[in-house]
Design a protein around this ligand. Structure first.
Ligand SMILES: [Zn+2]
Length: 56
């Protein structure tokens, strides 16, 4: 039986997201486990769903 590989298990849980911060326009990083995104500039945290709604 093949082993299930969790892509986040051995790496930094933050993955680069292709979205901009809703507050300052900085780069957002997605925290996949909690479905949140955090801005690298102002450290604001957004729910991934909110970011998707704004930047579709
Ligand atoms: Zn920001």
């Amino acid at each position: 039986m093949a082993e299930f590989e969790n892509p986040y298990a051995e790496e930094d849980p933050f993955v680069e997201a292709h979205f901009d911060c809703l507050d300052c326009g900085g780069k957002l990083w997605e925290y996949a486990i909690q479905r949140q995104m955090v801005c690298e500039d102002c450290r604001s945290v957004f729910a991934s769903d909110d970011v998707f709604e704004v930047q579709v």
